[in-house]
Design a protein around this ligand. Structure first.
Ligand code: ATP
Ligand SMILES: Cc1cn([C@H]2C[C@H](O)[C@@H](COP(=O)(O)O)O2)c(=O)[nH]c1=O
Length: 201
């Protein structure tokens, strides 16, 4: 049966690193897997991603653009894959909008809930991995790897609020969230992910 798995966390928490491991782990079982990301995942979504990650804009414009990208992603990628029985992994989904636009930027959570209800009233991830890490650790990892985009250049209080909203949502939806302590080594985290997935297959 199809499954929808999302990966969340502040920038530099380790999502991309662990998506590669989880993708291999799932595919080794002969399961068809579609791996995608937000904002993005479709040609239109990738154009919106460029704008969202690099242009300054009103916080509600930002929220509308990430949900526009998501609407296209759901229609073109997520729903067709789930309908044919494939598993879908998405590097970020609506929890990111609550964390970044809601927590980080301070947008009304009630408005975000309205957008969520509009764009995907019946779709929620089956499993969400939240890679939780203090900002200093995430920032040190990012600084070592690449030039920073608009979000990655935000200050400590933005990421404290983003992380706080992620943890609030994990407490609100404990049935789908697994909070992973991302200060552990990659090998330790992989053991934890494998155990969670083994129980999920
Ligand atoms: N548990 C870990 N211990 C040490 N280094 C790690 C760990 N997890 C990830 N890293 C390293 O941190 C850097 C950032 O990791 P990664 O790109 O996976 O983060 P990310 O959450 O996908 O970031 P972003 O959301 O900004 O793309 C990489 O160089 C990666 O090798
Ligand atoms: C889906 C989504 C994403 N964002 C932000 C969070 C990140 O800073 C970037 C995406 O970059 P990544 O390297 O792929 O993690 O976009 C957001 O603010 N709101 C969202 O809904």
């Amino acid at each position: 049966m199809s499954k929808f798995i999302t990966f969340e966390g502040i920038d530099g928490a380790g999502k991309s690193t662990h998506i590669a491991f989880v993708s291999d782990y799932i595919q080794q079982r002969g399961i068809e897997l579609v791996s995608s990301r937000e904002p993005g995942g479709t040609p239109l979504g990738e154009k919106l991603r460029e704008i969202v990650l690099h242009e300054k804009m009103h916080l509600e414009t930002e929220a509308l653009l990430v949900f526009a990208s998501r609407r296209e992603h759901i229609a073109q990628v997520i729903e067709p894959a789930l309908a044919r029985g494939a598993w879908v992994i998405s590097d970020r989904f609506t929890d990111s909008s609550f964390a970044y636009q809601g927590g980080g930027r301070g947008m009304s959570l009630a408005k975000l809930e309205m957008l969520e209800q509009w764009v995907h009233p019946a779709l929620q991830p089956d499993l969400t991995f939240l890679f939780d890490v203090p900002l200093e650790v995430a920032r040190a990892r990012l600084d070592a790897t690449r030039a920073l985009d608009k979000f990655e250049q935000e200050k400590a209080d933005f990421f404290a609020a983003t992380r706080g909203e992620y943890l609030r949502r994990a407490a609100q939806f404990p049935q789908r969230f697994h909070v992973i302590d991302s200060t552990q080594s990659i090998a330790e985290i992989q053991l934890q992910l494998a155990a969670i997935l083994d129980a999920f297959f």
